[in-house]
Design a protein around this ligand. Structure first.
Ligand code: AMP
Length: 172
């Protein structure tokens, strides 16, 4: 790695609510060399996992999943909030700190036996990514790895993914 990606991830206190230290990635996105470096390191990790497709949850997962897929010449599958995909979907409802959320994926987006790598910006509690893993597995595909720009290790999210290799470009 040539650039220290940490210097492009800024802390914003008490956003979106008091007590949360929000990791702002917009300084990284607006810096060409840093964004490019980030796509490059994620692409290297995805290649090592082995993938026929990349899937990612909206919306910040798209910022990394789609360019990495294009970089590697493989397909990209969007995982979206309820009501956003036009055809038949698989859906999963999972617990948030307050309430629940539902994620959906087109039923035919990944095929049985395909190798899928999931990408997102942040691994926090792991709830979002665990829901994505369940959706992909329900299709009969194999999740060969999971990648993040950053991991908030003190939240122990990786304990939700026994047996799945995890890559994080930056760890806090
Ligand atoms: P979790 O399901 O708890 O692992 O949360 C992961 C999702 O929430 C990711 O898609 C992130 O975009 C977002 N997220 C969680 N914590 C933070 C944080 N401290 N700063 C920025 N985004 C966060």
């Amino acid at each position: 790695m040539n650039l220290d990606l940490r210097t492009f991830i800024h802390d914003v206190k008490d956003y979106p609510k008091p007590g949360i230290l929000f990791k702002d990635i917009t300084p990284l996105l607006r810096n060409g060399p840093a964004f490019s470096e980030c796509i490059e390191v994620l692409a290297t990790a995805v290649k090592a996992f082995g993938a026929d497709q990349i899937a990612a949850p909206e919306s910040r997962g798209f910022l990394f999943g789609a360019p990495v897929a294009a970089r590697l010449g493989i397909g990209f599958v969007p995982i979206r909030k309820k009501g956003k995909l036009p055809r038949k979907v698989r859906s999963i409802t999972y617990a948030l700190e307050y309430g629940t959320d539902t994620l959906t994926m087109h039923e035919d987006a990944v095929e049985p036996g395909q190798r899928v790598v999931l990408l997102d910006d942040v691994l926090a509690t792991g709830g979002t990514m665990a829901a994505c893993v369940a959706l992909v597995r329900e299709s009969g595909a194999e999740v060969t790895g999971i990648g993040f720009l950053m991991e908030l290790a003190f939240l122990h999210g990786r304990s939700k993914f026994d047996g799945i290799p995890i890559y994080s470009a930056v760890t806090y």
